[in-house]
Design a protein. Structure first.
Length: 128
């Protein structure tokens, strides 16, 4: 299993780590730009990952790479953003944990609403 680096100096390095974890630049380039040929997409990927070149990823592509990194278990991009912004080490949320949290919040909200409606009814007010 490939593990991502603890520190990437540039965003391009972090994106390259995601590409490696997801199957390589050529494979990922074809997913990012499916309308391009393999060679053209791969050349564009190489250019965008070279800080000396003017070609850059757009914000939607950066977000796509961030999500891809999460899917393949490579957190180099999120770690890079946190380090650059002065934040603590990010901790990915597991889907099951997120589902359980949302269910708890929903149940709590329903319980509060029921108590509110019961209190209004007790005081002779009609609940909306």
């Amino acid at each position: 299993m490939l593990t991502d680096r603890l520190f990437c100096e540039t965003l391009e390095e972090a994106i390259d780590e995601v590409c490696k974890a997801a199957g390589g630049r050529k494979k990922i380039a074809c997913e990012v730009w499916p309308s391009m040929g393999i060679r053209e997409a791969h050349n564009r990927m190489d250019a965008c990952l070279n800080p000396e070149r003017r070609e850059k990823f757009d914000p939607a592509e950066i977000t796509w790479f961030l999500k891809l990194g999460r899917q393949v278990g490579c957190h180099s991009m999120m770690r890079h953003f946190a380090q650059e912004g002065g934040y603590q080490e990010p901790v990915p949320i597991e889907p099951e944990d997120e589902r359980a949290r949302l269910q708890r919040e929903y149940i709590d909200a329903v319980n509060r609403l029921e108590r509110l409606q019961a209190g209004l009814s007790k005081n002779g007010l009609r609940a909306a």
